[in-house]
Design a protein around this ligand. Structure first.
Ligand code: FES
Length: 303
């Protein structure tokens, strides 16, 4: 048996990755916690977790290559073979499956000639069966590079896949105007913003139904009075969780996500979240392929 060869990166690539890694490491009090974003960084460079990438993560964090491989092989978002430009994931979890997810997966698998976790010969598409993506209100759902394509049918999903095979850009039903490539998305997952997080609607009418109902009825959450919350358990011992909920003790360690800075208006003002009616209209009009966009533009010109 031959040993794997770790060729490493050319020096200019290594220098660039080292600069990115320094930024990532600065966000974590424990350096080994940076392993997962570093693996995404490697995927943004190589399109998968390459041997060179494993060596890079291990060297950077002072871990063994076995440690790094153990993490990389545990999570399905880390790819062990070169991934396609687009990961097309069909949710076949219970709700999406009964709403048509299984049928969509079968049609796409037939069209592309590949099965779960396989990639088309030209490297355009990796097809996956995926678990619930917390978008059950839009079942059945297709995710492409983690952007949502809601309320799919076998025909609509095939149209998107055909557009990819023809080299067209594709547009999700929610989110940014264009689905980024797998490697571009991996850089975002590594922690480098692409500036598109606030582009498009994140939620439409089904997601906002609760908010709509509360606004119509004037419902608000009751204010929390720290003085009325018991911070002791039945034995009279302090209850750290109750104290945290009452805002008495700081939540999270120094450097944790509890210290995240506000980045969007919606962080401080829920009223800036798009009203459901607006979201629904926008979603309904959003074409998912270039051909769809052209047809929509023609319709607009004629009207
Ligand atoms: S079951 Fe498919 S998104 Fe939840």
């Amino acid at each position: 048996m031959t040993s794997p060869t770790f060729t490493g990166y050319p020096s200019e690539v290594r220098d660039r990755l080292d600069g990115d890694a320094r930024q990532i490491l600065s966000r974590y009090p424990e350096t080994r916690s940076a392993l997962m974003p570093l693996l995404h960084l490697v995927q943004s460079e190589d399109g998968y977790v390459s041997p060179a990438g494993i060596a890079f993560c291990a060297d950077t964090l002072g871990l063994s290559r076995a440690n790094v491989s153990a993490v990389a092989t545990f999570y399905s978002q880390y790819k062990r073979r070169p991934n396609g430009k687009y990961t097309v994931g069909i949710c076949t979890n219970t709700l999406c499956a009964v709403m048509g997810g299984d049928a969509i997966f079968e049609r796409l698998s037939e069209r592309l000639g590949i099965h779960h976790d396989e990639t088309t010969e030209g490297g355009e598409i990796t097809l996956e069966q995926i678990e619930c993506n917390a978008a059950c209100d839009y079942a059945p759902v297709m995710m492409i590079n983690w952007e949502f394509f809601d309320n799919q049918t076998p025909e609509s999903a095939l149209a998107v896949v055909d557009a990819i095979l023809e080299g067209q850009d594709i547009t999700p039903t929610r989110g940014p105007d264009k689905v980024p490539s797998f490697q571009e998305m991996e850089r975002v997952l590594a922690g480098f913003e692409d500036g598109l997080a606030d582009q498009g609607n994140a939620g439409g009418a089904p997601t906002m139904a609760g908010l709509t109902l509360s606004r119509e009825n004037g419902w608000t959450a009751p204010a929390v009075d720290p003085n009325t919350i018991s911070t002791e358990d039945a034995a009279g011992q302090p209850e750290p969780e109750a104290a945290e909920q009452a805002g008495i003790d700081p939540v999270g360690e120094e450097g944790s996500s509890a210290e995240r800075q506000e980045t969007t208006e919606a962080d401080s003002d829920p009223e800036t979240v798009a009203a459901p009616a607006e979201a629904e209209d926008t979603d309904a009009e959003k074409p998912t392929t270039e051909a769809g966009a052209a047809a929509a533009a023609d319709e607009e010109d004629e009207s």
